[in-house]
Design a protein. Structure first.
Length: 755
């Protein structure tokens, strides 16, 4: 298999339009394009996030960005794989990274070297070619882009982890390529440490190690059975006219006979061309000369020391903040500068802090960590699992965590069976289970006093920066007073305005009275509100409360999905309970199946969450025998099985009555279903019409009109497998844009006033 490996490919101001309009023939000359076309596989380094929103992180150096439309140029070059493990992929934060992943997925370009956190890291990719497997391992040295245990970013080179990853990849593959983003920019030789690392990578199983970061052509080393290339240069990156950026090398790898060739290329204005024979000879002669030099004992160390001497003042100033005064003093006399700030004892202390592992760890934490804000999340229900609200809270916790906050949840009960400890830890937060109440009628109507006591004690002791309450109407006024006293902003999550039928004592029910008072004016005491629907958003903004809208949110990008449609009968599923006053959810569907032979002959309707008696009570009659091969009632099933049930269905179906509770709330089932690629058949309540285009990524009906439901089901039955597959693709795409929690991080930042 012939593979071409190129280095950095980054659209810049001078050529972005050509990327966006697919005019790569104006940037890459015909001879070079032919080399790319003739290869079996093409690999490059994407050293820029592809996003249309600027959300730059705090860093030194430029924050690179290129539009999502520029992917047209990458695709036109026939690129098969991109490494994202580099120091610029996080330049536009998590949003920029996720946008990049989304764009690459949409055009079918494979990638590796990034993830939402270290635990989920996609560090490797395997090319399968007939009976041969070629493994690609992607990692980067530690700069501003590196992923952490709770932070998205690039795969770091970690000798305690990466070498094991490479060894495991070697066992699985016939040939292993390591793309190592490291080395000193504009330095054509390895540092002693880099040489040691790359040699060890070969010893662990890599056949080829390519260091891509230096923006210049370096040298190569044969080590054991592997080849190491220290510096490849750029491929297409018009950002400097420095001599270092004027030429570079493509690497051609024939994995069948382990043959490696270097193809010189030249920067050509804002593009790139294949080097002419004289230029190619000069580039390769210099490359080979440096390759011979590093074979000399002691050369790498000596050349490193010479470079360090050149950079001495540059680095010393950085350690002291690189202030204006320091620049002036160092300009006057470098010797005076060193005597003033870096005496013998000061140097010894600095060396110890850098070399000694515990000191280095503490300094890293102090400089990197800064101040982490604390957010307290309140939910007097089951957490972290158990209800739709539990899922929503977990998504908010992910947002807060990715905004660099320590998140703590106080809940009323646990939706997990992991023991009985009061305080527990989840991936993105810690949580405390408040003491149980006595379960009296008074507590059911007015709340558990022990819950608020737990909340108050936590606030007094920990002084969080923000309090985010997702429920607890019983104690809102007390909570508002505590937050006001300690000057803590209080934000309310508002996701439902329940109908009167939900309350036992109707208009006299204390919970109904309290809910309406708060929604109609009491929540003015909150700092801001996160509303689940545009109806709530408009309502609170009219009251003068700072409000943003956040619909159902999930971790869509990491949700499994099924794109290919099923063969055979159309499988409809309904998941959930039929609560008081909601019998309209199920009756129209069963009525249509009962009354229409054509539809029931081509449809299976599976109901999860209620038993047969409850269903029959809801619809007002016994399910007739003629539906025994069409309607299947499964009763309650474990929560963890629901996702697979929805994935394997053709459509999720539910119908909601047109009333206040339906239009001020928002269906969690809509987002959950669309996130796994399963379209929804439903009626247009709340903001559902903002996300479903009938016949395109689902079906909408008016109210509970059975005649219209018949038409929709017939349309679904008549669709070919290919048409249903395309609908599933569009459904998933909508979910990624509309319901992935990452899309709302900037919304939350703005509401909370987080810098």
């Amino acid at each position: 298999m012939k593979i071409i490996i190129g280095a950095d490919i980054v659209p810049t101001k001078s050529n972005i339009k050509m990327f966006e309009t697919g005019q790569m023939d104006k940037l890459v000359d015909p001879d070079l394009l032919k080399i790319l076309v003739d290869a079996d596989y093409r690999i490059f380094n994407l050293e820029v996030p592809l996003t249309d929103k600027e959300t730059p992180i705090v860093k030194s150096g430029p924050n690179l960005i290129a539009s999502t439309k520029s992917i047209i140029g990458y695709k036109q070059l026939g690129i098969d794989f991109l490494t994202l493990a580099n120091n610029h992929i996080l330049d536009q934060g998590d949003d920029g990274l996720h946008s990049t992943e989304k764009v690459l997925n949409s055009v079918g370009i494979a990638y590796a070297g990034v993830a939402d956190n270290l635990g989920m890291m996609k560090h490797s990719y395997i090319i399968k070619n007939s009976d041969t497997k070629i493994g690609i391992y992607c990692c980067a040295e530690h700069e501003f882009s590196i992923a952490l245990s709770q932070k998205a970013g690039a795969n770091p080179f970690d000798p305690l982890e990466s070498l094991d990853h490479i060894a495991a990849l070697r066992k699985e593959c016939d040939y292993v390529i390591c793309l190592y983003h490291g080395g000193k920019e504009h330095f054509r030789y390895p540092t002693p440490y880099l040489q040691k690392v790359c040699r060890k990578i070969v010893e662990k199983g890599a056949n080829l190690v390519i260091c891509q970061h230096t923006h210049c052509v370096g040298c190569q080393e044969e080590w054991l059975d592997g080849t190491i290339m220290y510096g490849q240069g750029n491929f297409l990156f018009d950002d400097s006219d420095s001599e270092y950026w004027k030429n570079s090398l493509l690497v051609s790898v024939d994995t069948d006979n382990c043959k490696i060739e270097y193809i010189p290329i030249l920067k050509n204005g804002n593009g790139v061309l294949l080097a002419d024979q004289d230029s190619a000879n000069e580039i390769l002669n210099c490359f080979n000369k440096r390759t011979q030099q590093i074979k000399e004992p002691g050369f790498v160390e000596k050349r490193f020391q010479q470079e360090a001497q050149k950079l001495k003042t540059y680095y010393l100033r950085k350690f002291r903040g690189n202030t204006f005064c320091e620049k002036i003093i160092s300009k006057i006399s470098e010797t005076l500068y060193e005597k003033m700030f870096y005496g013998r004892l000061a140097r010894a202390e600095m060396i110890n802090c850098i070399e000694c592992e515990p000191h280095r760890d503490f300094i890293d934490q102090i400089l990197r960590g800064g101040y982490k804000m604390k957010i307290l999340v309140l939910y007097d229900g089951a957490f972290p699992y158990g209800t739709a609200m539990s899922s929503r809270i977990r998504s908010f916790c992910r947002i807060f965590s990715e905004l660099n906050a320590d998140v703590h949840v106080i809940c009323a009960s646990s939706g997990t069976k992991r023991g009985n400890k009061q305080e527990r830890r989840l991936e993105r937060c810690t949580f405390t289970i408040a003491p149980e109440g006595k379960g009296t009628i008074k507590e059911k109507l007015f709340g558990n006093p022990k819950y608020f006591q737990t909340v108050k004690e936590y606030i007094v002791q920990n002084k969080p920066d923000f309090v985010f309450s997702t429920s607890g109407q019983e104690y809102f006024y007390k909570l508002a007073e505590v937050c006001k006293y300690y000057q803590i902003p209080l934000f309310i999550e508002q996701c439902e305005w329940l109908d009167i039928s939900e309350f036992i004592f109707r208009y006299l029910d204390p919970r109904y009275i309290r809910m309406n008072r708060l929604i109609q004016g009491g929540y003015k005491k909150a700092t801001g509100i996160i509303a689940i629907s545009s109806s709530f958003e408009k309502h609170y903004r009219n009251m003068g409360v700072d409000t943003v809208r956040v619909p159902t949110i999930l971790d869509v990008l990491n949700s499994p999905c099924r794109i290919t449609a099923n063969e055979g009968k159309i499988v409809l599923v309904f998941t959930g309970s039929i609560a008081r006053g909601k019998k309209e959810l199920i009756a129209p569907i069963i009525n249509v199946l009962r009354d229409n032979l054509e539809i029931r002959s081509n449809v299976e309707f599976h109901i999860y969450g209620e038993n047969k008696d409850a269903i029959e009570t809801s619809i007002g009659y016994k399910i007739p025998k003629l539906l025994e091969n069409c309607v299947f009632v499964h009763g309650r099933v474990p929560q963890e099985e629901i996702q697979d049930i929805i994935i394997n269905a053709d459509y999720q179906i539910f119908i909601r009555p047109q009333r206040r509770s339906s239009n001020f709330g928002f269906s969690t089932k809509l987002g959950e279903s669309m996130s796994v690629g399963t379209p929804v058949i439903t009626n247009n309540t709340s903001d559902i019409g903002m996300y479903i285009k009938s016949g395109d990524n689902g079906f909408l009906i008016n109210n509970s009109d059975e005649r219209e439901l018949v038409q929709v089901l017939r349309a679904a039955i008549e669709m070919s497998k290919e048409e249903r597959t395309e609908m599933r693709k569009r459904t998933r795409k909508t979910a990624e844009i509309a319901f992935d929690y990452r899309e709302y991080k900037n919304t939350i930042k703005g509401l909370f006033g987080i810098e």
